[in-house]
Design a protein around this ligand. Structure first.
Ligand SMILES: [Ca+2]
Ligand SMILES: [Ca+2]
Ligand SMILES: [Ca+2]
Ligand SMILES: [Ca+2]
Length: 339
């Protein structure tokens, strides 16, 4: 059993995983609420030996609000990932602020950030994603929300490559539809069919309270086509976690669902992807052993802890001495995870 520490535990926090310093190992960015209610960002750099060292904690990024959205993308096209914070203005508008990354773990230090124009009305129900909609090599911001006719409408703000995002200029406002709107849903973005374009996976609650998964494939021309909606994945629960990783090492991303058992244990189920948008069709899934006690406060992440090329599952939770404890379940490359 492998565990490691990530400093003091913060109950109001979230983690983003990406390669901060471009060394090909995944690092952690923790966004958390300080005792003065401001939002702080702490970067944990992966030493490639299984350790994570605290690299930097930024000054405040303004008031902490759990309804804020955070995106990681290269906004100014310098090869280093930046942090985009989407927050509610006092006037009810949504605003985006770009904090430029320096590749060492600092974001927006020395006034190094750009305020963008507003992103319309703020709505905590709105989902924000980043993907390159117009294929110019720059990630754009996409907002998804309900429309009067109950379809999911996506609006695109295009990156200007300088840190800002706009729908103005020569480009007309671009929107596209993602089918019927589901109020209890979440989106995962990754390349489902290995064509180098980012696709969307929507996990949503059906009227019979079961969880469904719909895959929206990117046609590389700005369109997203519904490729398939799976059969039910059991009861929908907002406290469930979903990870995307290649669990059986066949080159196709799979879906791992972490859910609470009736006996209070956490369980993980791997639904194997077929590279076409199906996950766990035809009974193509593997039940793993349990992942200890279920705790809705626990954060689950996937990263390759032991550098064997297989993403592992990491659970992060509070410990009795109030440090953040991370526990690793290692991928066996067959679809399961063991301590
Ligand atoms: Ca950048
Ligand atoms: Ca773009
Ligand atoms: Ca796979
Ligand atoms: Ca591994």
């Amino acid at each position: 059993m492998v565990t490691f520490s990530l400093g003091e535990f913060h109950s109001a926090n979230s983690y983003l995983i990406f390669d901060v310093d471009n060394d090909a190992d995944v690092d952690l960015l923790e966004i958390w609420q300080d005792v003065d209610t401001t939002a702080k960002v702490t970067t944990w750099l992966n030493d490639s030996l299984g350790g994570f060292a605290e690299a930097f904690t930024t000054h405040s990024l303004g008031s902490f609000a759990s309804q804020n959205s955070h995106l990681v993308l290269d906004a100014n096209n310098d090869g280093l990932k930046d942090l985009v914070l989407i927050w509610a203005g006092a006037d009810g508008t949504a605003n985006a602020t770009t904090y430029l990354g320096d590749g060492q773990g600092r974001f927006g230090e020395f006034g190094n950030f750009v305020y963008t124009w507003d992103l319309g009305d703020f709505d905590p129900e709105r989902t924000y994603l980043n993907l390159d909609y117009n294929n110019d090599g720059l990630d754009d911001i996409v907002a998804i929300n309900d429309s009067p006719d109950n379809t999911a409408l996506a609006t695109v703000w295009f990156s200007d490559g300088l840190g800002g995002f706009t729908i103005s200029g020569a480009q007309q406002m671009v929107t596209f539809s993602l089918g019927e709107f589901h109020s209890a849903n979440s989106y995962l973005i990754f390349d489902v069919d290995n064509d180098a374009d980012v696709d969307l996976l929507e996990i949503w609650q059906d009227v019979d309270t079961t969880a469904k998964v719909t895959t929206w494939l990117n046609d590389s021309l700005g369109g997203f086509e519904e490729s398939i909606t799976t059969h039910s994945f059991g009861s929908f629960a907002s406290e469930n976690s979903h990870l995307v990783l290649d669990a059986n090492n066949d080159g196709f991303q799979d879906l791992v669902l972490i859910w609470a058992g009736a006996d209070g244990t956490a369980n993980a189920t791997t639904y194997l992807g077929d590279g076409q948008g199906r996950f766990g069709e035809f009974g193509d899934f593997i039940y793993t052993w349990d992942l200890g006690d279920f705790d809705p406060q626990r954060t689950y992440l996937n990263l390759d802890y032991n550098n064997d090329g297989l993403d592992d599952i990491v659970a992060i939770n509070d410990s009795p001495e109030h440090t953040t404890l991370a526990t690793v379940w290692f991928s066996d490359g067959l679809g399961s995870f063991t301590l």
